[in-house]
Design a protein around this ligand. Structure first.
Ligand code: URA
Length: 266
């Protein structure tokens, strides 16, 4: 738990207040969400598209020829080389409009890996993932399950460069960037991956399925000879626009925390 926020404050930041729910569920959820809506800044253009339901999403052709050579190369890189390669990457058109590439942030041998969609305006300016409004909510979500950015947590994105106007990344952009994410997963060796939204799902699992069909399950990502458990939840930018779904995200995070506990005692 964050040292500055109490558990109730954290849950309230997420729009969920269990004490109110117990007394009068309907009123409590409504008022908690209204309270949060009043405090949370209205999402602006800096919030990434964070698709939740609209179809279809572009599925990356991960195994196509144009990226094959670079994949082999990237697959053997250490952290420093990988960061440099990402920062100078010109594998897709996103490089033309970025201020800078945003490789990722956190503990490079973290148990937890959270994967989002792609940098927005603030991330593009600062070079760190999830530092805008969606990032503040992600930090609150982490705090709600006793996690903190950088402490046993790594945060990355499906694409490392900002899509212009925060549009959804195209299939070729996801495919071009996937070797970087794949290498990050290999280097981190996380115990658990949490995918934030449908673009992350499309990139990592190669599935264009509704989040509602994937939530509540423990999925799996093959990293070399390891199967890494995967939990899917809503993207924070989506949650900023759909406050009632924060309760579902809370359920997902609780499941993730329980799963992590069981993984750590195995
Ligand atoms: N949304 C994302 O998916 N990633 C970021 O880094 C910021 C917003």
């Amino acid at each position: 738990m964050s040292s500055t926020l109490s558990r109730d404050q954290v849950l309230e930041e997420m729009g969920i207040s269990p004490r109110w729910v117990r007394r009068d569920p309907a009123t409590a959820v409504r008022s908690a969400n209204l309270g949060t809506a009043a405090r949370l800044p209205t999402p602006e253009v800096s919030v990434t598209s964070a698709q939740a339901e609209p179809l279809p999403l572009p599925l990356p052709e991960k195994r196509v020829a144009p990226v094959l050579d670079s994949r082999v190369d990237i697959a053997g890189m250490n952290w420093e080389d990988l960061r440099q390669r990402i920062k100078s990457c010109q594998s897709c058109n996103l490089c033309t409009e970025r201020k800078q590439a945003v490789p990722g942030v956190g503990d490079e041998s973290a148990s937890w890996l959270f994967i989002g969609e792609g940098p927005g305006a603030e991330e593009d300016a600062r070079g760190e993932p999830f530092v805008g409004q969606a990032g503040k909510l992600l930090d609150a979500m982490l705090a709600a399950i006793d996690l903190k950015r950088g402490e046993d947590v790594y945060i990355a994105n499906a694409v490392k460069c900002r899509p212009p106007g925060n549009r959804t990344p195209e299939a070729d952009e996801l495919a071009a960037c996937f070797p970087y994410l794949q290498r990050q997963i290999d280097l981190i060796r996380p115990k658990l991956i949490v995918l934030l939204g449908r673009v992350a799902v499309a990139s990592v699992l190669g599935q264009d399925a509704s989040l509602s069909s994937l939530r509540g399950k423990t999925l799996s990502y093959r990293a070399g000879d390891r199967e890494v458990p995967v939990i899917v939840t809503y993207h924070p930018a989506y949650l900023l626009r759909n406050l009632p779904d924060k309760a579902k995200a809370w359920e997902d995070l609780c499941r993730a925390r329980a799963l992590m506990r069981s993984l750590k005692t195995e």
